[in-house]
Design a protein around this ligand. Structure first.
Ligand SMILES: [Zn+2]
Ligand SMILES: [Zn+2]
Length: 403
């Protein structure tokens, strides 16, 4: 049995300070300049080789020991959200309209903590790539994970496997959940316009009514999901924006608007289902507009693919989680979650596994929901997260994984 890993108290204390510093200074997608400077400075301080600029503001730290060609990638995300913080924390966001409401401040701090530990004590043979990525939250193909992969992440920093982690305030602190196969959904967005001409309601019968047509399309889209897609495939279809006319102008209630614009999102666990929706929704919009004599526009924009964990790496991640928190606190067959994560792009480039680390705050009646103005990362899980990363890297690179 390998030596048990205990994280030095000063590393945990420091990581907590870094987390709060990052929390107070949030930066959103591809603007993580100060955050990247901070991460790079820390890595250099630990004696880790630093590479900047992958995916614009991404940072990769490389720590190599021994002679083995084996290599592992550990990834954290660094970006904040466009949310105005509503807490009274001493380290609350100093930037109006931006905050770390998804815990990426904690993810960055925990991976830095592990880097500090591994640089100081790490016993392994091979290479650890510490991947700090920007822009996890964009929801489209321009996200940081995809940009780093496109910039040659896996060519410049080849790894046998890549691992990710996210805090989860809805689960008990210090528990791990994961699954092999699809664990998080794909996300795509769509938009349609129904276009006609302004009309007086008295003579409306001669002019297509875009609002009525667009409203019927909303119903038809839900019917498509309910009746024309295999119900064994989980799908979340949401129409989230509907705009027509000008509610701010009370007087224009006497005019039928010339246009309606509607937007929505689709989450699924199967990439083939995305194709079905792209074709099916376009057809619904086209037919409805044609039937009424209106014109239309339809845009389908691909976001993140389905996030799939590979079996071998997930079994390995589970064994590490069990070593860190014990058997009872590790769930290896969790139900998939219909949310999306751009780590999916990394898992399309290398085998690996993404785990959820429970982060509920004991004694609080309701969980601190992610993407909420009152959210704050639970610092109590920092030692567990750091220990998971450090153990994962050491065990992976000590098993002389030849083949
Ligand atoms: Zn988020
Ligand atoms: Zn997140």
């Amino acid at each position: 049995m390998s030596r048990p890993i205990t994280i030095d108290e000063d590393i945990v204390a420091e990581a907590t300070k870094w987390r709060r510093h990052l929390h107070a200074n949030p930066e959103t997608a591809f603007e993580e300049h100060a955050t990247a400077d901070f991460v790079a400075a820390k890595l250099e301080e630990f004696g880790i080789e630093v590479h900047r600029g992958l995916g614009k503001t991404g940072v990769v730290g490389t720590l190599k020991r021994g002679s083995s060609p084996a290599a592992i990638g550990l990834r954290a995300d660094m970006d904040a959200l466009f949310i105005h913080e509503e807490t009274n924390l001493p380290y609350r966001s100093k930037v109006d309209g931006k905050m770390h409401a998804c815990g990426h401040d904690g993810h960055t701090a925990m991976l830095l903590g592990a880097a500090s530990y591994l640089a100081r004590h790490g016993e392994f043979d091979g290479t650890i790539q510490f991947i700090f990525q920007p822009a996890e939250e964009t929801g489209d193909e321009r996200c940081g994970g995809n940009m780093m992969v496109k910039d040659g992440l896996f060519e410049k920093f080849p790894v046998e496997a890549v691992f990710g982690m996210h805090n989860m305030p809805y689960f008990q602190a210090g528990t791990f959940r994961m699954r092999t196969g699809p664990m998080l959904a794909s996300i795509d967005t769509f938009e349609y316009h129904v276009i006609s001409r302004l009309a007086h309601p008295a003579t409306q019968f001669g002019t297509p009514d875009p609002l009525l047509i667009a409203a019927r399309i909303v119903q038809d889209m839900h019917a498509f999901k309910a009746r024309y897609v295999n119900p064994a495939e989980p799908v979340v279809l949401s129409i989230t924006q509907f705009q027509s006319g000008n509610p701010a102008d009370r007087q224009s209630v006497h005019v039928t608007p010339e246009k309606a614009v509607v937007r929505g999102t689709i989450y699924t666990l199967n990439d083939a289902v995305r194709d079905e929706f792209e074709t099916g929704l376009e057809k619904i919009v086209r037919h409805a507009a044609d039937a009424s004599g209106a014109s239309h526009k339809f845009i389908f924009e691909r976001g993140y693919p389905v996030m799939r964990n590979t079996a071998k790496e997930t079994e390995f991640a589970a064994s590490v989680a069990r070593e860190v928190v014990g058997n009872d606190l590790v769930e290896t067959n969790m139900q998939p979650i219909m949310g999306a994560e751009d780590f999916a792009f990394l898992l399309n480039g290398a085998p690996g596994s993404y785990v959820l680390l429970g982060a509920a705050v004991e004694g609080e009646a309701a969980p601190r929901a992610l993407h909420n103005p009152g959210y704050d990362f639970n610092d109590e899980i920092i030692p567990t997260g750091v220990r998971y990363w450090a153990t994962l890297a050491e065990r992976y690179l000590s098993q002389a994984r030849q083949g």
